[in-house]
Write a protein that binds this ligand. Structure first.
Ligand code: MEV
Length: 324
């Protein structure tokens, strides 16, 4: 029996624009997904017969990546993340499945987090019709603060490069790590609207909008510039600057049609207690994030406004095998 854990992620800046090569900055969060696998005499997932077509991430990893031909597996998944909510639950699932299967099949080989990030990205891209940046999977695999961009970003540590054939052509990203300053009195509070929103659909929607209104590429480029200045503030420990950049990023995300009334409601509810607030992830529902020194107060505001809060520090550890 093997159990692996991979954290969820919160994009501080740059969602959607990163699909077009602009930089994005994401941090891993405390909550994540735990996968336990054990050899059995029949395939099962959560005690039910495993149907590969219903679980494209898991079946891609088992069949296409590992080409696993061993005994059937009993697979159990425990998630501390809201799903289809912009917190990278499918990336965390792919990474924890990949880590567990790696350990089961090659127990003597240490887990290589870069290979794991590539496995996770392949599973995401396969499930999202070829449109997925490596942001979610790299952040969940590596942990900490990850910067994903079309070009290497100054002041960050380069970790690996990634290329993907998308319906819009070939895309390449550089995945770097940014050092986080000591952030003792700073938290993020995620607020789930309760509305699940599939990333693939939202990404396709932005692509259609840009085709109809090419001037929307200005918003994509502006998100790139805001991301760079937000990253600079983050590296300096200037959290007021980070908050302002989050607010500006949200305005641009609104322009490309990925906010919704429920996200706007949660953002207004937390404004008085936040350094900054924005949607995080694909939008269209899902989650918003507040950067704050008053996490309990913000969590209360989210609950009163009808959302579900999740408090986290910024940049917890990455994917790992858990002791049995
Ligand atoms: C989803 O968490 C982030 C998006 O930018 C999609 C992606 O990067 O693949 C919306």
């Amino acid at each position: 029996m093997v159990t692996a854990f991979a954290p969820g992620k919160c994009i501080l800046f740059g969602e959607h624009a990163v699909v077009y090569g602009q930089p994005a900055v994401a941090v891993s969060i405390d909550a994540g997904v735990e996968v336990t696998i054990s050899e059995s005499n029949k395939w099962s997932l959560e005690g039910m017969p495993f149907e590969p077509s219903k679980h494209p991430h898991i079946s891609h990893i088992i069949n296409d990546i590992f080409q696993y031909s061993g005994s059937p597996l009993e697979i159990d998944v425990k998630s501390g993340l809201f799903s289809a909510a912009g917190l990278g639950s499918s990336a965390a699932l792919s990474n924890s499945m990949g880590a567990a299967l790696h350990h089961l099949t090659k127990p003597e080989e240490p887990l290589d987090l870069i290979s794991l990030a590539r496995i996770g990205h392949s599973a995401e891209a396969n499930a999202q019709k070829g449109r997925a940046s490596p942001t979610d999977t790299a952040t969940s695999a590596l942990g900490g603060c990850v910067v994903v961009s079309g070009e290497r970003v100054e002041g960050t540590e380069h970790i690996f490069d990634s290329t993907l054939e998308t319906p819009e052509g070939s895309r390449s990203w550089s995945i770097c790590r940014a050092a986080l300053p000591e952030l003792e009195d700073i938290w993020i509070v995620l607020g789930f609207t309760g509305i699940g929103s599939p990333t693939g659909k939202m990404v396709a929607g932005v692509s259609e909008l840009i085709e109809r209104e090419p001037q929307r590429m200005d918003d994509i480029r502006a998100i790139g510039e805001i991301t760079s200045s937000g990253l600079e503030s983050l590296s300096e420990g200037n959290m007021e600057g980070v908050g302002l950049a989050m607010n500006s990023c949200h305005e641009r995300l609104r322009n490309i049609g990925v906010s919704c009334p429920e996200i706007e409601g949660l953002i207004s509810a937390v404004q008085n207690h936040s350094l900054g607030a924005k949607l995080t992830g694909a939008g269209g529902g899902g989650c918003m994030v507040s950067l704050t020194r008053h996490p309990r107060r913000v969590a209360e505001c989210i609950e009163i406004a009808g959302g579900k809060p999740l408090i986290s520090k910024l940049g917890s550890g990455g994917a790992r095998i858990l002791p049995q």
